[in-house]
Write a new protein. Structure first.
Length: 390
């Protein structure tokens, strides 16, 4: 550590430097004690950083990730991201590779690690992808903090999984579902998922002030999520718009309304008149909520939100009663996007505006078969409108 030595009316900051293997003492003179003190604090910070950098060159991944979460995660992650990333670190990364030193990671070693992770039935392709994203980000910080010279995860490839086809209801089956749905609240949720292309969390977070009956629109600016209570405390409620009171005080999780992860998820969606009329009718059946409580479109009689498991459970029960294929609630959104691509002749940007996908490529990758159908129709129309006259 540096020290301050007074010489007459001046002050010298004394510290040690290394010239190769030789140790040298360096003196820097300042005319005031305050200036010398500032320089000493700077040198102490630099020396502490050098000490930490030397330590982490031989430190383990588990040790580094603890610091990464503390210095990076608390600033950049929302509560839901903090919850999921902390779970990945605790359940997968630390048990499997936490004892490895940072210097031991290389693209080849990572490829071998991913191969072993793939063989674990508990680690799905999506979990492995999320692990890779997390470690890639962590090692980017390790490079910036000069713990490692380069990020080995940049050149590491995540094993690609063949996308599985998502079971979806046909438009005729969705019509049967809507016409025969005996649960009014579920019916509203189905309309919003299919006509509006909304995600489940977005539907559960909708409040009546999000609906503009004059313009025929619904604004999506929040999502409902269950997150760990400690994540809310650690991040001081960052990105949380409202926290619902816990039913059980000792519970480890809380339900919140939060901002979406991406700006593209914040959007305005136009709804058909049929759906707007259904919303207006549903609104008339609801009792007013307490003051300062979110006026949710879908809620229990006491004003509390539905849990994230409620809509899938209600939908499954209804499908079984009607003898329709049992699909996930999320598949209604996929049916919506597919149907809109057909209606618009493959207009990806128009559909992206409703779906809230961050990139148009996400739609082309997932719904390429629908776009091919539109292109086939385009070729047939080309034949009809142009070549028939030749």
């Amino acid at each position: 550590m540096a020290s301050i030595v007074q010489r007459n009316k001046s002050f010298s900051v004394v510290y040690t430097i290394y010239d190769g293997d030789k140790k040298k003492q360096k003196w820097e003179t300042y005319h005031s004690y305050e200036a010398a003190l500032r320089r000493k604090e700077q040198l102490d910070l630099i020396q502490q950083h050098e000490k930490e950098r030397a330590q982490y060159r031989e430190g383990t991944l588990a040790q580094f990730l603890e610091e990464y979460v503390e210095l990076y995660g608390r600033i950049h992650w929302a509560c839901s991201t903090y919850t999921s990333n902390e779970g990945l670190i605790r359940n997968y990364v630390v048990p499997f590779m936490g004892s490895m030193r940072l210097s031991e990671f290389s693209p080849k070693v990572i490829a071998a690690l991913y191969g072993k992770l793939q063989s674990d039935p508990k680690i799905t392709p999506s979990v492995l992808t999320n692990i890779h994203k997390l470690l890639h980000s962590a090692f980017e910080q390790a490079v910036l903090w000069e713990y490692v010279p380069r990020n080995p995860f940049r050149k590491a490839n995540v094993p690609k999984a063949f996308p599985t086809e998502i079971p979806m209801l046909t438009t005729d089956e969705i019509k049967i579902l809507i016409q025969n749905c005996d649960n009014h609240m579920l019916s509203i949720a189905i309309h919003l998922a299919f006509a509006g292309s909304l995600r489940k969390g977005e539907i559960l977070a909708l409040t009546w002030d999000d609906v503009d009956f004059q313009k025929g629109t619904v604004s999506i600016s929040k999502t409902l999520k269950r997150v760990r209570r400690d994540a809310v405390d650690v991040l001081n409620g960052k990105d949380i718009l409202y926290q619902f009171p816990s039913v059980f005080d000792e519970g480890r999780t809380v339900t919140v309304l939060k901002r979406p992860k991406t700006k593209s998820s914040i959007r305005t969606v136009y709804l058909p008149d049929y759906v707007l009329d259904a919303l207006q009718e549903w609104k008339g059946t609801l009792k007013p909520v307490k003051r300062n409580q979110p006026d949710l479109i879908l809620r229990y009689s006491n004003g509390r939100p539905l849990s994230e498991e409620t809509l899938p459970r209600l939908l499954e029960k209804q499908l079984l009663q009607l003898g329709l294929p049992v699909v996930s609630f999320h598949s209604l959104r996929h049916s919506s996007i597919s149907y809109k691509l057909v209606l618009t002749g493959g207009n990806i940007k128009a559909v992206q505006g409703d779906s809230g996908h961050a990139q148009a490529e996400m739609i082309t990758e997932r719904y390429g078969h629908i776009i091919d159908t539109c292109r086939r129709q385009c070729a047939q129309d080309f034949e009809k409108e142009f070549y028939k006259g030749i």
